[in-house]
Design a protein around this ligand. Structure first.
Ligand code: XMP
Length: 330
């Protein structure tokens, strides 16, 4: 493949599927040169969520241009346990990139207080995210480029082959930025192979899909800080126990709906939330089947949650398929 082909938006038919570390290294070398040529002495700004695509994109750009890359990690309070810390550790220390960490937790949660409609919740999260990112961008001088972890299915799904399919969502002051999209011709499995070859940890490279609005759509109804914390803790338990299994489901997580039921603790009535376990298998997330969890795994999850997670007095298993149920509860 040539550098010219790498810049286009159509995957050349001759492009071999990247399945081995050797092929990944070849791609990385070519892309490193292409990024250097495109950016020159310019500066690139990138929103780093900690997801596979933005992480691999950041690692590639950082390899090519080092400190000319500036990453912004916005902590919206809806990330899973340990995620903001992992982003800071991997990119701030291991890759030594310019990393701006923004603690926007209060801003997100204050704006979400009392909002129970799922679509309004999504819109608020999306809007504040863009606002925070734009505010940070405005503080950095000399940025001419925007790094984006666009992957090939994003281009195919954006109705034909358009170059700036994501730009519509950007604030005014960023629309003139030129995009740097080093993984835009890759399929997801190839992004993972490249990420591994770049030295990213397995927990990042093989991360299960996680919605942009994060735990926000799993803290069903109006989000409160105490229920969100219970969800984060319970979710960590669900993931840890399921990850002990020889084969992991496609997606697995906890949900905490906004209801309370009667329980008993220290001989007294104890009103608490239920934690719902959800684990599914799917190919494309359009339909999904329930993953068969061993009863011993369910019991281990139950015991840990009921003995450690504040405010919870019941554990349920959602074994509904899609359709009729969607994967997420909201
Ligand atoms: P549903 O709930 O529609 O989910 O069966 C299908 C897949 O999409 C993910 N999902 C989202 N991803 N923003 C995202 O980035 C969202 O608002 C969102 N809602 C659902 C979900 O986790 C599942 O993998």
């Amino acid at each position: 493949m040539t550098k010219q082909e790498l810049n286009g938006n159509v995957r050349p038919e001759s492009m071999e599927r990247i399945t081995t570390p050797e092929l990944a290294r070849e791609f990385i070398e070519l892309q490193t040169e292409a990024i250097r040529e495109q950016v020159g002495k310019g500066r690139v700004l990138l929103a780093l969520s900690g997801g596979v695509d933005s992480s691999v994109c950041a690692a590639l750009i950082s390899r090519a241009i080092g400190k000319q890359l500036c990453c912004v990690h916005v902590n919206h309070g809806l990330l899973r346990k340990g995620e903001p810390e992992q982003v800071c550790r991997v990119f701030g220390e291991q890759f030594d990139v310019n990393l701006i960490y923004v603690d926007a937790v209060d801003r997100f949660l204050d704006n979400l207080a009392g909002v129970s409609d799922p679509e309004r919740k999504r819109k608020i999260i999306g809007k504040i995210f863009i606002d925070v990112f734009a505010e940070e961008a405005a503080k950095i001088e000399g940025v001419g480029f925007l790094g984006q972890g666009t992957i090939y299915p994003d281009i195919l799904e954006s109705d034909g082959v358009k170059s700036h399919h994501n730009v519509g969502g950007l604030p005014e002051n960023m629309r003139d930025f030129e995009l740097v999209e080093p993984v835009k011709l890759l399929y997801k499995d190839e992004v993972r192979v490249v990420g591994k070859a770049l030295g990213l940890p397995d927990s990042m490279v093989y991360r299960q899909p996680f919605p942009g609005p994060g735990l926000g759509v799993r803290c069903v109804g109006a989000i409160t800080r105490d229920r969100l914390e219970a969800l984060r803790e319970a979710d960590a338990v669900v993931r840890e126990e399921i990850e002990k299994l020889p084969a992991r489901p496609w997606q697995y997580f906890a949900v905490v709906p906004d209801i309370k039921s009667t329980g008993i603790k220290d001989g007294k009535r104890y009103m608490g939330w239920p934690v719902v376990i959800r684990a599914i298998n799917t190919v494309d997330a359009v339909t999904a089947t329930t993953a068969e969890l061993p009863f011993s795994t369910l019991c281990a999850i139950r015991d840990r949650i009921l003995s450690t997670v504040e405010g919870v007095n019941r554990v349920l298993w959602d074994f509904s398929d899609k359709p009729v149920s969607t994967i997420e509860w909201e």
